[in-house]
Design a protein around this ligand. Sequence first.
Ligand code: GDP
Ligand code: MG
Length: 162
Amino acid sequence: SKPIIALVGRPNVGKSTLFNRLTKTRDAIVADFPGLTRDRQYGTGKVGSSEYIVVDTGGLSGEDLGVDSLMAGQVQQAIAESHGIFFLVDGRAGITPADEAIANYIRGFGKPVQVLVNKTEGCNLAVLTAEFYALGLGEPIGISSAHGDNVAEAVDELIERM
Ligand code: GDP
Ligand code: MG
């Protein structure tokens, strides 16, 4: 059966844009509106000879338990049923306390995680990704969900560890 990849990260980092690129569909709702995607979304895709299932999630703000508890339910479920996690962060915004909270949360699952520093098109990858080593989840990869930069490499890297 195909490996399942969960897309996790705070709202507006580009999870749904990546979902669309990985599945080449418009199933996920992409918007400037944080937290709009409330339901899990599933799609299938293929990079090289690797086929996979990808699960989009609405996102964790990592800021408070009240607002996040519903989201935590579906994110928790998506992670539990996955074989590996793409943890998206925003390279232009830099590391945030919410990113750190989410890192600690997903670390607890003990699943393979690849940190993806998104929105890096036209930027110096080494500079933008460096600070995200501090999340303690290994070597971050700079990508652009919108343009596709490094997305296939990121899939290969994660699938290799699943
Ligand atoms: P989600 O809330 O994590 O699902 O984020 P979305 O996929 O809805 O994207 C949030 C915003 O970020 C939208 O305005 C996207 O167009 C924008 N965005 C997503 N990926 C990229 C990217 O690679 N580069 C840039 N510059 N913007 C992006
Ligand atoms: Mg979304």
